[in-house]
Design a protein around this ligand. Sequence first.
Ligand code: GAR
Length: 209
Amino acid sequence: MMNIAVLVSGGGTNLQALIDAQNRGEIKNGKITLVISSNPDAYALERAANNGIAARVIDRKAFNDIKSYTKAVTDALIEAKADLIVYAGFMTILDEQIVNAFPNKMMNVHPALIPSFCGKGFYGLHVHDAVLASGVKLTGATVHFVTEECDGGPIILQKAVEVRNGDTSEILQKRVMENCEWKILPQAVSLFCEGRIKVIGNKTEIDEV
Ligand code: GAR
């Protein structure tokens, strides 16, 4: 059984999707054993507590720089013997220390179709604002491995939805979450725990069964 640690900063609906999938038996060969929040007020912490999952706050504001913050998070994950780390709405960009400690063992869910609308500054509703401003007709979500390049690691799964007339960024965020993020994140986590994701350079191959 793989130990799954989930990093959060806010509402935690993606954490909830993982918990729900786990409760339905859809995370094969893995269990969520730890939630780490960068924000002491994150509602995600209540979701962990409600489901009996151990949670820790490592408050970003309590650290002066990203180096000492990354070290604290990395040490906590090593101590927890995490096999897989999931960035689920985690709003801090950590430095190379964590990537070196957990190469190809960290995945992030991003609310757009990478390589569009990603990188520094593209997070949360800002992503959907940019999608609407651009006029694209399709958007979606991506789950990818975390590397040193922000949103640049090997893509694991993607799913698309339509942009519709009259969409606001809130409406679009909801559609992307419900139809894409909450589906492909648990799927990618299970694929990882089942050992079905092969990383080849900056690409992945999923073993079909
Ligand atoms: C989600 O849409 C997630 O994809 C996004 O923030 C939201 C968090 O929601 N993450 C990023 O933008 C990271 N670049 P949640 O806390 O309800 O899961």
